[in-house]
Design a protein. Sequence first.
Length: 95
Amino acid sequence: MAIATALSPKLSYEEYNRQFEIQCALFEQMRNQLLERYEGKYVAFYEGEVLDLDDDERELAIRIFDTYGYDLPIYIQQVLKDGIPIVDVPGMDID
């Protein structure tokens, strides 16, 4: 099972980020499938599996980190048809 990775030695910063980006991309590839079951919910996603879900992102994150720790690149995201909402913050420019 994918979660066995949690038992491996701590990932380097670069490897963690690389694996996290893979989780993000896999989530996007599976968005339509996820929408069928989890639309509007926050999901904890890892290697093509939903590990847990909740209406409250904070509560989900607390449970996930309590269960799996911080070393596993688990992607937590709300399942929305149009993807991640973009928020425009006046005075904030990201280059």
